[in-house]
Design a protein around this ligand. Sequence first.
Ligand code: 2P0
Length: 358
Amino acid sequence: KQQTAKVYEVTVTAPVNIAVIKYWGKRNKKLILPTNPSLSCTLSQDHLHTCTTVRASPTFDRDRLWLNCVEERIEASERLLNCITATRQLRAELESKDPSLAPLSKWGLHICSQNNFPTAAGLASSASGYAALVSALAKLFELPLSEEDQSKIARTGSGSACRSMFGGFVAWQAGELDDGGDSFSYQVAPATHWPDLHALICVVSDAKKGVSSTSGMQTTVQTSELFPTRCRDVVPQRMEAMKRAILDRDFETFATITMKDSNQFHACCLDTYPPIFYLNDASRAIIQLIHAFNNQKVDPATGKPVIRAAYTFDAGPNAVIYAPKGAMRELVQLVTYFFPKPIDRPSQAYYSDQFGLF
Ligand code: 2P0
């Protein structure tokens, strides 16, 4: 008679986050401790997310992982091992205190992770990926971890993942400790605080990026002369100004800092030796388009242009445009007019009202 072994299974989804103050550079590569703090908006899970299922069973003789249906070698990834080992160790501690618990820490794991958007094209797939993995393992192992604790473990998978543990507006404090105990994320404001802020993700290219963030940022730390100034003199003030702008729902300040920080991050990439190019001609055209859009309307009281949109680019050519809901229709029309969809491609733009309804 065949015995059916018990399988424990958990499925979670985790959202993508898009930084408005960029993380770039590590002071500790193993623990993934950043050179500077960063701040991001977590997008609605309805659109871009990673969905991860973890299963544990006594019949699984080893850990296995499938990413978008292709099996990956877990042993080859220190980052995957960081997250699996840390959560499994915490489970083992629980089991040693409570022998009635199933010995999940001794069983193999099967992990299946799926992104509903292009992987590794600079669309923060590692952020949602590691956030989903850590929250799935924490749930499977029934670990009594706070979101802050989970964010520290997710950070050891990929830096930006620690910000995807929270919704809304999220800051990652760099911390000062050598063991990373104070390097975690926290929520600056929930998504509901600023429902009028929307995001448009323009997929300029879904090709895998040329230089990975991980290696690119270390070359920047080693070679860029602009970079120390950014970390020391620019980012700390921007973090404070950005938090204030978010709490005040001050779009003009939010947008200005977002665009300047994206530009300075790409300037540091260009100042890296040899230089790193993430933007392409289409990205630069989008930058010009947004500045032209922002120069269209003038406030009669001040005579200054009314800023109604902000662009930001990560380690790839794809643009994210933040704008108030009222400006989005015009922006979508402009983007699709100047960058018509190639007919052989399904969808080039994802529109997200950042936090919920489509
Ligand atoms: C960010 N990026 O703040 C910045 C802006 C890319 C540009 O976080 O080595 O994939 O895994 O810690 O998190 C991309 O870096 O790098 C990133 P690792 P990660 O969103």
